[in-house]
Design a protein around this ligand. Sequence first.
Ligand SMILES: O=P(O)(O)OC[C@H]1O[C@H](OP(=O)(O)OP(=O)(O)O)[C@H](O)[C@@H]1O
Ligand SMILES: Nc1ncnc2[nH]cnc12
Length: 173
Amino acid sequence: MTTAFSRLIRDVPDFPRPGILFKDITPVLADASGFAEAISAMAEPWRHAGVERVAGIEARGFILGAALARELDAGFVPIRKPGKLPAETFAADYGLEYGSDRLEIHTDAFQPGSRVLVVDDVLATGGTLVAALGLVERLQAQVVGAAVLIELTALQGRARWTAAAPLRATLRY
Ligand SMILES: O=P(O)(O)OC[C@H]1O[C@H](OP(=O)(O)OP(=O)(O)O)[C@H](O)[C@@H]1O
Ligand SMILES: Nc1ncnc2[nH]cnc12
């Protein structure tokens, strides 16, 4: 899909390490109409999905996820890097395209059965999104699906998304 805002995504070679072509969305965020168009395009498939909570993954997933939550009239739940959430947490370790990390969620973030959309900016190897999915499922929420702005298809992250609910990407490279 080609959209006007996609021209604002900047390719940065060799960041954060040699051999990685980094998709930089900061120019999209800085452009009022580009940001609005990106959020509207991400929201479109979910407008009638009954999303009650958006779970956004730190850090870029917070920016898109919070805007998407407002667009979908849903609440927002942060899935954070280690040691940032103040109350009791569940944690999941994972690998990503350029390293490894840990994600945490508050154990009382959702009511069982809450309809949750998981949101991030980029799907690369899928490690991050699958770790987030595991945390949401551990809380017995109902995963409505996952929304990413960008899917890097060569890294085959989609193959690791085992949930029955759909994973939708706005742009694919
Ligand atoms: O599909 P994967 O291989 O797991 O990679 C995708 C993840 O990589 C980036 O996160 P990063 O940890 O760099 O976080 P940031 O948003 O804090 O920059 C990106 O925001 C995704 O969360
Ligand atoms: N190539 C990439 N560009 C931006 N974010 C990423 N997260 C994982 N891989 C990435």
